[in-house]
Design a protein around this ligand. Structure first.
Ligand code: UTP
Length: 302
């Protein structure tokens, strides 16, 4: 995919990770730990998202935490005891892996005391983000892509200087679980037809038969700072929560919003079946595990 970048907006340096949801679809595993810490093969979901943000050029990570705060903080912090033990036992490769997490980046934390919705979680970072565009990553949406999904969105943001959301086609009744857009495709250099959309309206979790399209919003956003005023302006919506989708609808009154059907495969790792699919496919791709795991799967009489 080739893009022409006009540099109309300031650089996006900050990536926000809302991780304060209750994770009810993954109980009982999420009773005492956030779903963002569930391991996909051997890395917690949130680490995949943080790596995607870093590979997309962001160097400032902000995590919105709720329960199980310490597990996420400890994961990105230095673990002196563990490092010392690995060093004395000569486990150099594992030591390098463990160090690479804490060396990765500076992480800030903001607390969302009550899970009042994704929009409410994003509003918690208003002071830390300030008057600049930023990205939002929902790390239970794991995306396997040649060009990181966030980077694909950033290139559109740089061109238009506007907010951009990731879109995916969802057919059938499943569409009612998503924020859904009403949008028209627009031509963009280097992109195929029906890849980039100008959004006209958004609906959070539409009832069956009432979805304006089959284009669902997936958990990657580049947002301009006006979104904070829009979150403050809206009332609770679907499920009694302050919805980010409703605030985007409010933002549309004054700013354009674009949607990109990104290139890559997305897994809903916040759902048990989606998590299992991601686990199998990520394990098969691993150079250290892929071959024996494939052999094992073949040996099962399915
Ligand atoms: P989900 O819609 O997946 O909700 O949140 P959830 O509560 O985490 O999970 P389920 O549906 O009950 O299983 C999308 C993202 O928004 C964050 C979640 O942590 C997740 O990353 N979130 C949601 C918050 O940070 N705060 C909230 O109040 C709600």
């Amino acid at each position: 995919m080739e893009f022409r970048i006009e540099g109309m907006s300031s650089k996006v340096r900050k990536a926000v990770f809302p991780a304060a949801g209750l994770g009810t679809r993954f109980l009982p595993a999420t009773k005492a730990q956030p779903k963002e810490m569930l391991p996909l093969v051997d890395k917690p979901l949130i680490q995949y998202g943080v790596e995607e943000a870093i590979h997309s050029g962001m160097n400032n990570i902000i995590i919105v935490t709720g329960r199980g705060k310490s597990a996420i903080e400890d994961h990105f912090d230095v673990s002196f005891e563990l490092e010392h033990m690995l060093e004395t036992r000569g486990k150099r490769d594992t030591l390098a892996q463990v160090r690479s997490i804490s060396d990765m980046i500076d992480v800030s934390y903001v607390r969302q005391k009550e899970a009042l919705g994704l929009g409410h979680a994003v509003l918690r970072v208003k002071e830390l983000v300030g008057p600049e565009p930023f990205s939002v990553v929902l790390s239970d949406d794991v995306i396997d892509a040649e060009i990181p999904c966030l980077q694909q969105l950033l290139e559109i943001h740089s061109f238009y200087g506007a907010s951009v959301v990731a879109l995916m086609e969802v057919d059938g009744p499943e569409i009612s679980s998503y924020g859904v857009v009403n949008a028209d495709p627009i031509a963009h250099p280097g992109l195929g037809d029906h890849s980039l959309y100008r959004i006209h309206n958004l609906v959070e979790k539409p009832k069956q038969g009432e979805a304006p399209s089959n284009l669902a919003i997936i958990g990657r956003y580049i947002l301009t700072p006006e979104i904070f005023e829009s979150i403050e302006a809206i009332a609770p919506g679907s499920g009694g929560e302050i919805q980010l989708t409703d605030s985007l609808k409010h933002l549309l009154r004054s700013r354009p919003i674009y949607g990109l059907k990104f290139e890559g495969k997305r897994y809903d790792a916040g759902d048990k079946l989606g998590f299992l699919k991601a686990t199998v496919e990520f394990a098969l791709k691993r150079h250290d595990l892929g071959a024996p795991f494939r052999q094992y799967l073949k040996s099962l009489s399915l």
